[in-house]
Design a protein around this ligand. Structure first.
Ligand code: 5GP
Length: 197
């Protein structure tokens, strides 16, 4: 049986990383995290093969030309990110379902690539006001960076309806349960279909 592809997207500040860290612990979901490749250099304590596969810009370009990516994007000017086909095979080869933390454009491209084998989940903040409050609470951004993040969040929220499932993160445990349930239902239905064939 082939593993399934779970795509999680959300504007920054929505609690997506925390939700992923909760659901990845659920053994019954058999999830394996997809490590993206990037053309930027490692930051701080980042290690190759842990946070990202760090490729030189030349190497990244060569692998794009070779058709090695499921999807890739120039997320920041001059800096590319993408999911390697070999990464999907690595996780699925371990008998796991692949979970991807990816932006809206990338997420919808991956869905196009995998079709009904993929489930797309969008995490929503309770409201834009609440998202702004959470981002301000972090206090790590300048006012300008905060405005940029909020602008991007408004843009990304416009894609929520294109996702299969939407989950409002008003409470981290409840939202994590809802995401886990949606994944379980998707895996079970697909398994039943696979069993019938
Ligand atoms: P970072 O701060 O880690 O350098 O940048 C992360 C950005 O790259 C985020 O916007 C994230 O959504 C995006 N990103 C990370 N991995 C991928 C990927 O595999 N594909 C695409 N399209 N975007 C990615």
């Amino acid at each position: 049986m082939k593993g399934k592809i779970i795509i999680l997207s959300a504007p920054s500040g929505t609690g997506k990383s925390t939700i992923i860290s909760h659901i990845i612990e659920r053994a019954e979901l058999r999830l394996g995290f997809s490590i993206s490749a990037t053309s930027r250099s490692p930051r701080g304590s980042e290690r190759d093969g842990r946070e990202y596969y760090f490729l030189t810009p030349d190497e990244f370009g060569r692998r794009v030309a070779a058709g090695d990516f499921v999807e890739w994007e120039e997320v920041y000017p001059g800096t590319c990110y993408g999911t390697l086909k070999s990464e999907v095979e690595r996780v699925v080869g371990e008998g796991r379902n692949l979970i991807m933390d990816i932006d809206v454009k990338g997420g919808l491209n991956v869905k196009k690539y995998f079709g009904s084998r993929a489930l797309t989940i969008f995490i929503l903040p309770p409201s834009l006001e609440e998202l702004e409050r959470r981002l301000r609470g972090r206090a790590t951004d300048s006012e300008e960076a905060l405005e940029r993040r909020l602008g991007k969040a408004r843009y990304e929220l416009g894609f929520a309806d294109d996702y299969d499932v939407r989950v409002v993160n008003d409470d981290i445990d409840r939202a994590s349960d809802e995401v886990a349930d949606a994944i379980m239902r998707f895996i079970e239905v697909e398994e039943e279909v696979a069993d019938e064939v």
